[in-house]
Design a protein around this ligand. Structure first.
Ligand code: S6P
Length: 588
């Protein structure tokens, strides 16, 4: 059902700042996304509900959770911190788990962190969107993970307060004493999803209401720059909030020596939000010109075809945590923009040994799409051409000679190459090898020394800047390719309940037709049948499973709903007019 704007969750609203982003050039795209990102911190002064992470309530909620961890988990030899979510939320949970276990390892402390991800480790690179809808799988996975621990603080991360996988886990926690549940998301509780979950007999909203005496961290960040793309502001705020809570807890527990530990919990949280992350936001435009060149080059790669009509590619070739961010950014493009899985890929030095995921080598189990080693990237050398963009993301210098060799080899090839390199002395020799390079400056050179927490292995300042750069590049490139109309994703695939409903909203908006007509058009597009009648009684889960692999469903449905085209004529029209934005606009 279509909803009135006030009932639409913030995470599914259209952002006024970016409503013309589809006709913006690369520089304007950078500015619009950067302006919208400010709401992550400060919210929107026109709307008191939209308060951003710097508001007092959010700071206090985070502080209380940090204190709870110190009192309940760090004092218990069998205590654990579990981070869980779907899609980007689960991937950020994985990334934070990985980072903090490494920090603890460096400090010779036990690894407190575990992660769960809907669709298992495969979801780290290839979205398993349908798994998001499985509340019962969520609860049984949590039960099985937690059975050997006596006390667990569980973080259910869902930007929209909507994912059934997380709902099942929160519900399980609420009925088992060993858990302390924390809900992290970016809508007010009143806007949590109200669709009753089959077999559970309640909806996300009911569970969020039951959580009211537990921990809920839900600052409102305003609408995403691209409607519903919670990988952007939502993913950023998730990373900032989790990292800050855990740093505060480790400081107060005395695990990390620093005079910051004399501050109160809320003071530490505020200090990190303002002095690390918001400072990073303010510094980010230093990288504007080079980011614009990257948007343009990656946009060209998505638009251009080789003389043999092959598509261009974007390859992240990376090491360290920068590499993990590259893999995550690449994985988000297929569900958001309908991109082919091979078009944007990430390769990580030392592959799965460096990734430290639970299931280890996924290539051996699931094949080529999960091949992430540099050796695998080197196999592509013979095919790299003028349509491809290669971006080296370097945050460690321990493989310097190999990195130099790869850079020099790629330079001989006809593709475009950029570097994004973390400032550190070991990386200096690499910078000179590039014609185009962003050096992400160490905060030590930007902030006063009293503001720096000096702990080896903490790169959160540089990582958040890199996240903004990568999200801006891939979003911008797809905008230039015509995959966004106004600020809506128009090649999104309806592969779970949330995306199906988002798609219905988009088709209604751009066709102007009724709910019924748009529903019929979507069903015709999914089943490739002009007559939707035989499929109308199917549950949405069946539509969703049939939609996996279906192409251009939004565009086909808009053309059917607005122009009464048949499926085959709509298909043919889109074949002749492959830029979806233009195809839809010209039919308006
Ligand atoms: C969003 C991304 C999705 C979401 C996922 C979980 O840009 O494509 O994979 O992360 O659907 O959403 P949520 O609201 O539960 O965090």
């Amino acid at each position: 059902m279509a909803t009135t704007p006030s009932l639409t969750p913030f995470t599914e609203r259209s952002n006024d700042i970016t409503k013309n982003i589809d006709i913006a050039n690369a520089e304007q795209i950078f500015d619009l996304i950067h302006t919208a990102n400010n709401e992550t911190f400060h919210g929107n002064s026109d709307d008191p509900i939209c308060n951003g992470i710097l508001n007092k309530i959010c700071i206090e909620q985070c502080a209380l959770v940090a204190e709870t961890i110190v009192k309940n988990i760090f004092t218990n030899p069998n205590g654990k911190i579990v981070l869980s979510g779907c899609g980007t939320s689960g991937r950020i949970g994985f990334m934070v788990t990985r980072a903090f276990n490494k920090i603890l390892n460096n400090l010779s402390l036990p690894k407190y962190y575990e992660y769960l991800l809907a669709g298992d480790d495969r979801s780290l690179f290839i979205s398993q969107e349908a798994k998001e809808d499985e509340w019962n799988v969520g609860s049984s996975e949590l039960a099985s993970l937690a059975k050997s621990y006596s006390r667990v603080i569980y973080f259910g991360i869902t930007c929209g307060l909507s994912a059934p996988y997380v709902a099942g886990q929160l519900d399980y926690c609420l009925h088992n004493d060993k858990f302390i549940p924390v809900l992290l998301g970016f809508n007010p509780v009143e806007l949590a999803r109200k669709h009753t979950l089959h077999g559970l007999g309640k909806c996300f909203y009911d569970i969020a209401v039951e959580m009211k005496n537990s921990h809920i961290i839900n600052p409102v960040l305003g609408a995403e720059p691209i409607t519903g793309s919670s990988r952007m502001k939502g993913g950023t705020a998730t990373k900032i909030i989790l990292e800050t809570i855990f740093i505060a807890a480790h400081l107060k527990a005395g695990h990390i020596p620093s005079n910051l530990s004399t501050k109160t919990y809320p003071e530490i949280v505020q200090y990190f939000f303002e002095n690390i992350y918001y400072k990073a936001y303010q510094q980010y435009p230093v990288y504007k010109n080079q980011t614009i060149s990257l948007i343009q080059s990656c946009g060209d790669s998505l638009i251009k075809k080789t003389p043999n009509k092959e598509d261009g590619h974007i390859y992240y070739v990376a090491n360290g945590t920068f590499g993990v961010l590259g893999l995550i950014d690449a994985s988000e493009c297929p569900p958001t923009f309908g991109t082919d899985y091979n078009t944007i890929r990430g390769f990580l030095y030392n592959a799965y040994d460096a990734l430290c995921n639970i299931e280890g080598d996924l290539e051996a189990k699931f094949g080529d799409l999960y091949a992430i080693s540099w050796n695998r990237f080197e196999l592509l050398f013979s095919s790299l051409n003028q349509c491809d963009t290669v971006i080296l993301l370097i945050s460690e210098s321990d493989n310097l000679e190999y990195t130099k060799r790869v850079i020099n080899e790629v330079k001989k090839l006809p593709c475009t190459m950029f570097g994004i390199i973390k400032e550190m002395s070991g990386n200096k020799p690499l910078i000179d090898l590039f014609d185009n390079c962003i050096e992400i400056l160490n905060p030590k050179n930007l902030l006063s020394s009293s503001e720096i927490l000096n702990v080896t292995g903490i790169d959160f300042y540089e990582e958040i800047i890199l996240k903004w750069i990568l999200n801006t590049i891939t979003t911008g490139a797809h905008i230039l390719q015509g995959k966004i109309l106004e600020n809506y994703m128009i090649d999104v695939q309806p592969t779970n309940f949330k995306l199906y409903n988002r798609l219905l909203e988009i088709v209604m908006r751009f066709s102007g037709a009724s709910v019924e007509k748009c529903t019929n058009a979507i069903i015709s597009a999914i089943y490739q049948d002009d007559d939707p009648t035989p499929y109308l009684s199917n549950d949405v889960t069946i539509h969703v499973s049939r939609a996996i692999g279906a192409k251009k469903v939004v565009a086909i449905a808009i053309l059917i709903a607005s122009r009464n085209l048949t499926v085959s004529i709509a298909n043919k029209y889109l074949e002749d007019n492959p830029v979806i934005r233009n195809a839809i606009s010209s039919y308006k």
